[in-house]
Design a protein around this ligand. Structure first.
Ligand SMILES: [Zn+2]
Ligand SMILES: [Zn+2]
Ligand SMILES: [Zn+2]
Length: 359
């Protein structure tokens, strides 16, 4: 299949209003914008406020593990918050312009005391600790601030992915609204559940792990059936699976989901997080082996903290979306909202699977 060029518009199975143009011939264009790798690999930088020993350069920690000087992960208020609980004078709006107060919390999570460590270099024990940290911080914010409807946890790695500080970090934004990406996933998956009685994410995981294909013999016209197993699977653990979405917006986009249905990230157990750490480290190692030192974003999508959130317990399925940035969106993409992906998701999954990973 790899030698054949694909040019098709794929509709996102979860959010059908989103689509992506898979156009593999474009991947052969003579010049593709290369983004320079920008990772700062130093372990300690004297002037860096996020390095261990420089705690006096940041606001006091809102949460830290362990609580000693030898901390491994630390959350501090973002000094330049996107949303804040400090009120600003209201702006002026006119006519159709509408604005909602930018209330919320914006924290930086210093992922590791080592300045330049990459995610795939962190120990699995540390990665499990990091995701437990996200979970506990998220729970704390929901429990202490009734105005919060969604806590978005995300990581920007590299300048092209919006990373402004070279020290490895993630961010957490607690907001009084449900962001529309999450809202759309929640709505459409509920529609699927009402129609089919099953979770669309579980259905996609099943399809990704074992795909049945019908093949015809051209000469005799005979039909024979065979299974192509795990065409979209990148990595599979005991509790988590990393899959390449059928309608991937980004060439090397990978999603990680719990294999067993779970709607809320807050429900994840430490035993499950150990497995997530294993799957995540191996997935990042595969990405590095195939695409190199890549800039990326990842974020967690989970059920929002709304009054009727229990309505989505069976239809929504939390997940992590990893979006490596190997090209800059063009005017066509910004203008049309249609993403262009130049590598077929099937070929990308197969390349990632073949990459060697040390245990
Ligand atoms: Zn640092
Ligand atoms: Zn599910
Ligand atoms: Zn999502």
């Amino acid at each position: 299949m790899d030698h054949e060029n694909i040019r098709e518009i794929r509709i996102d199975p979860i959010v059908p209003t989103q689509s992506v143009l898979i156009s593999t011939a474009r991947g052969n264009r003579p010049h593709k914008e290369e983004l320079p790798p920008t990772r700062d690999v130093r372990e300690y930088v004297e002037s860096c406020p996020f390095c261990r020993g420089n705690e006096h350069l940041t606001p006091p920690a809102s949460f830290q593990v362990p609580s000693t000087e030898e901390w491994e992960i630390r959350a501090v208020e973002n000094p330049y918050p996107i949303l804040s609980d400090v009120p600003l004078p209201p702006g002026v709006t006119q006519g159709l312009q509408q604005a909602v107060e930018g209330y919320g919390h914006h924290e930086v999570i210093i992922d590791h005391s080592n300045h330049g460590i990459a995610l795939d270099q962190m120990s699995e024990q540390h990665l499990a600790l990091l995701f437990a940290f996200y979970r506990d911080r998220m729970r704390f914010l929901y429990n202490t601030d009734p105005r919060i409807r969604y806590v978005l946890v995300f990581k920007n790695f590299g300048k092209a992915a919006g990373g402004s500080m070279p020290h490895t970090h993630s961010q957490l934004i607690a907001m009084p609204i449900v962001p529309h990406n999450v809202h759309d996933e929640v709505e459409y998956s509920q529609g699927f559940y009402q129609k089919n009685g099953s979770c669309i994410f579980c259905t996609l995981i099943d399809e990704a792990m074992s795909l049945q294909t019908t093949a015809y013999d051209r000469r005799s016209g005979e039909t024979r059936q065979y299974y192509v197993s795990g065409k979209y699977v990148v990595e599979r653990g005991r509790h988590f699976v990393a899959i390449k979405p059928f309608a991937s917006r980004y060439e090397w986009e990978v999603h990680i989901l719990p294999i067993k249905h779970q709607s809320n990230f807050l429900q994840v157990t430490s035993e499950e997080l150990d497995d997530l750490a294993w799957v995540l480290r191996r997935t990042m190692t595969r990405l590095k082996a195939v695409v190199g030192e890549v800039q990326y974003n990842y974020f967690i999508h989970t059920v929002p903290h709304v009054e009727n959130s229990s309505d989505f317990a069976h239809s929504f399925h939390w997940h992590i979306e990893i979006c490596p940035r190997t090209s800059i969106p063009s005017g066509f993409e910004l203008g049309s909202g249609l993403f262009i992906n130049t590598i077929s998701p099937e070929a990308a999954a197969s390349q990632l699977r073949q990459a060697e990973v040390q245990d």
